[in-house]
Design a binder for this molecule. Sequence first.
Ligand code: NAD
Length: 491
Amino acid sequence: MAAPPRPELPPARHFVGGEWVEPHSGRTVGSLCPADEAVHAEVAAGDAEDVDRAVAAARTAFDDPAWRDMPPAKRARVLWKLAELVDRNRENLALCESLDTGKTRFDSERIEIPMVAEIFRYFAGWVTKMEGGVVPLPGENLGLTLRTPVGVCGLITPWNFPMLLAAWKVAPALACGNTVVLKPSEQTSLTSLWMAAYGAEAGLPPGVFNVVTGSGREVGTPLVKHPDVDKVSFTGSTEVGRMVMREAAGTLKRVTLELGGKSPNVVFEDADRKAALRGALTGIFYNKGEVCAAGSRLLVQRSIYDEFVEQLAAAAAKTTVGHPLAEGVRMGPVCNQAQYESVLRFVETAKEEGARLVFGGRSLRDEVGGGKGFYVEPTIFADVDPDSTLAQEEVFGPVLAVTPFEDEEDALRIAHHTRYGLAAGVWTRDLGRGLRFARRLRAGTVWVNAYNLYDPGLPFGGFGESGFGRDLGRHALDAYTEPKSVWVGLT
Ligand code: NAD
C-alpha cells in the first residue's frame, strides 16, 4: 500500500471555554496507530488542574443566560449545524478515527461518522419537545412537573467507537440544556476534540462543551470526584465502571454506566441460515470484535451445529485482514498492544481449557503488517464449555465461542449463564419464538433476525454487570434531566 493519507489533526491542546488551551503539565503524549505502531498524533496530557479549569468553564456557562435562556428552537439549530459540520468533515474525521483505532476506513467513513451526525440531528429534534406535565391536586391547587437540566456533566468514553460514543452522550446532554466536560480515551482523542471545535463553530457559547484529554487516573478520576460535576456518564469496562461508581459516591453524583458484555447470539434450526451466518460473523468480527455488544457467544441448535460451524470457519477464512485504510479490507488491527496481547492470551487459555479451534488463533503481525501492527486472525472456537473462561470473560477481540444447545429452555439457560446483560440475538423463522425470547432474555437490547444494528431512537444499555441507565432514544433525556415539581396555589 502507498503511504496512507495524513489527516488534518486537532491541536495537541484541551478545548476549554471555547478555545484551545495548553495543558497545565505542558506535556503531550503520542497517539499510536495500531497498524504500524508509530505515533501519528500528539494529544495534551491533562491533569486535575485542567479538569478544574474545564469544570469551572462549564459551571459558568451553565449559569449564563446565553445558554440557559437560549430559545429551544435556536439550541436545536446549533445542534443541527454541528451535525452538518460533522458531515462536511466526514473524510478527515474518518481518517483520524481509523488511524487511531485500526477500524476500516469504510466503517469510519460510511457507517460511524454519518451516524454521529444523525445522532445530533435526532437529539436536536427533542430540544423543542421537552415537555413537562400537569398533575391533579386537591382543592384550588395546580401541580406542574418541569424537566430541568442536571447541570455540569462529566462524560467519559472508551477507545472502540470514539466519536460515536461521545455523540451518544454529548448530544442528549446538550439537547437537555446541560454543559459538558468530555474525557475521551487517551488513545483515541482526536475526533472528540474536533467535535468540540465544531460545536463552537456551530454557535455553542464558550464553556458549554469542553474536552480534556489524558489518562483515566489523571483526568478521569478528578472529573468523577469533582464536587462541581453533577452527573457522570461513563462507557468502558466493568472493572473501571466499579471504580467510577465508588469515586462518584463521595459527592452522590448521578451516574450512568455502560459497561462490558458477553452477549449470546442464538441460532435455531429453523433460522434463515444465510442471514444467521452473516449475523454471526458481523456479530463478532465487526470492528474486530471490539464492540461492547459483540455476539461473542454463539449458541447453535444441535441439529445444525456441525454444518453451521463448518460454514462459519469457511467464511472466517475469507475475511481480509489488513491496513485499515487499504481497499477491500474487512478487519483492521486490534486497537492497542495491551489488547493484542490479551486477545492472544485468551486464545491460549481457550485451547488449554479444551475448546476446539476451528479457525484462526494466530497473530498476523508478520504476515500482514511486516512485523508491525496489532493484527490478529478472525478466530472461532467450537464446543466451548459455558463455564470456561472464553464463555465467561469479555475478550473484546475477534474471537468467537460456539456452543451447542438442545432446545429453547436449554438455549435460555446457557444464554443467561453470565454476569453480563448487554445484548443478545435470536435467529428463527418462528416469530412467536423470536418474541418469546426477546421478552425473556435478560439483556438491554435483543435483536431478532438481526445483530449489531443501532438507531438513535432505540435506547441502549445493560442489565446486570453491563451497567445501568440508557443512552440513546427518549430514555437518554431522563438521564440528563431532573424532574422538578411545582405546586401552585390558585387562591
Ligand atoms: P476502560 O474502562 O479502560 O476506559 C474507559 C474510559 O475510562 C477511558 O477514557 C479511560 O481513560 C477512563 N478511565 C480509566 N480509569 C478511570 C478511572 N479510575 N476513573 C475515571 N475514568 C477512568 O475501557 P476501554 O478499554 O477504553 O474500553 C473497552 C471497554 O468498554 C470494554 O469493556 C467494552 O465492553 C466497554 N464498552 C461498553 C460499551 C457500552 O455501551 N456498554 C460501549 C463500548 C465499550
